[in-house]
Design a binder for this molecule. Structure first.
Ligand code: IDC
Length: 395
């Protein structure tokens, strides 16, 4: 008994000393905490697609083939000030350490005053974003943001950034080696050559093809109008990758990335990885418009398409979703969002939420006046935004 008492006294003394030490040197204690926490890349390494032993589905996995779910945020359009504001160290620190984002999607609009009009500037922002995510051990998803027009083969996209061959030596070199390459191929070849050896970099070749066909002829539309585009980009990416580990390529599907099972019969060919294709197919939802439970039998239109894609052997990724309606505004539909998030979790589907916009619209996580550089409010060495500083979506 005595012995025990003595031990507990010692324990109390030790605990007190520890409290004092922590109290006196809070920074040291936090550094110790921070050091314990691994970055997403330290945890998962070079992500890849494998066949899930339990479900038989193609699934995003860590370097060792264990199924994983990456969760993170999409930037807003990087051509706008309410989108590119986020490219600063404090904001990225907050995303990495406070929000614990695994992944940041870098949304590069091509039209709407984006890359087609300002190629050098947008390329630079893209590379800044890749570096900032990489420095913090996050995954970076490079998004060629096809939206309007909806045809990724539209001349507006194909001609985008071609002028860079005059000012950018690497673009000039690639064009010389492949005179047939158009704008998006040059863009992706350039980034693949430069970042293809980084296992934290993923390529999204077209955000949301749309207006190309109907639900009934979705498979044909995919085959004839969308597949050739994605194929040409995949080929450029693989041609210029400098290492033998294939980065994941995410292909947007028709109808604003909703006809996600349309490619089942004609998937993109990934010849260098035949039988173990490192390709995923994108689907998007906006909780106020695309509920997961719309049908009486408890099934859901978009959910069924996702399941049919998985059953058909496709790996899927939700690279964009919002708490709002499809317009980006209205709501927020928090309960429906939660239902979706549960579905994504159950099916181990990775996601990025739209958006890190600093704009007055429901899907934006920030308010118009959210501080561009968040500060460390709770003295834990990590910058953060307060609840008041964020929108409901942000919270
Ligand atoms: C929206 C923005 C909105 C902007 C509009 C047009 O939230 O502020 O005016 O784009 O550029 C998508 C698109 C995404 C849309 C979003 C919401 O990928 O660019 O952002 N959305 O409408 N697909 C479905 C919804």
């Amino acid at each position: 008994k005595l012995g025990m008492k003595r031990t507990s006294k010692r324990l109390v003394a030790f605990a007190l000393t520890l409290c004092m030490v922590i109290g006196l040197c809070p920074a040291t204690a936090q550094i110790a905490n921070a050091a314990e926490e691994k970055t997403p890349y330290e945890k998962y390494g070079d992500v890849k697609i494998t066949t899930d032993a339990t479900t038989g589905y193609r699934q995003l996995s860590d370097e060792n083939g264990n199924p994983i779910q990456l969760k993170g945020m999409s930037t807003f359009g990087l051509q706008w000030t309410d989108g590119d504001w986020v490219l600063n160290d404090s904001a990225f620190d907050a995303l990495a350490k406070d929000w614990k984002c695994d992944i940041v999607r870098l949304a590069m609009y091509v039209t709407e005053e984006g890359y087609a009009d300002h190629p050098a500037e947008l390329l630079n922002k893209m590379e800044q974003g890749i570096k900032m995510a990489t420095d913090r051990g996050m995954y970076a998803l490079i998004d060629w943001h096809v939206l309007s027009p909806g045809d990724p083969m539209s001349e507006k996209y194909l001609s985008a950034g071609e002028s860079l061959i005059k000012t950018n030596k690497e673009f000039a070199k690639i064009k010389e080696e492949h005179p047939d390459y158009r704008g998006p191929q040059l863009f992706f070849a350039y980034l693949s050559e430069k970042y293809g050896d980084q296992g934290n970099v993923l390529f999204e070749t077209a955000n949301e093809p749309n207006g190309l066909g109907t639900e009934e002829n979705a498979a044909d539309t995919w085959k004839n109008k969308i597949l050739p585009y994605h194929q040409s980009i995949l080929d450029a990416i693989r041609t210029y990758d400098n290492d033998d580990k294939a980065n994941i390529i995410l292909c947007g599907t028709d109808n604003w990335s909703q006809f996600v099972d349309a490619p089942v019969a004609n998937p993109v060919q990934d010849k260098q990885n035949a039988g173990d294709e490192q390709v995923m197919y994108g689907f998007h939802f906006y909780a106020g418009t695309h509920d997961v439970k719309t049908q009486e039998d408890g099934t859901y239109w978009l959910g069924e398409k996702i399941k049919s894609a998985l059953k058909g052997g496709l790996a899927v990724f939700c690279s964009e979703w919002g708490t709002s309606e499809a317009t980006g505004d209205g709501g927020p539909y928090i309960n429906y969002s939660q239902r979706w998030l549960d579905f994504l979790k159950d099916n181990k589907i990775s996601w990025c939420a739209w958006s890190l916009g600093r704009k007055t619209e429901i899907s934006a996580a920030m308010k118009k006046d959210t501080p561009i550089e968040p500060t460390d409010h709770n003295n834990d060495g990590i910058p953060d935004w307060t609840m008041d500083e964020l929108s409901i979506t942000g919270n």
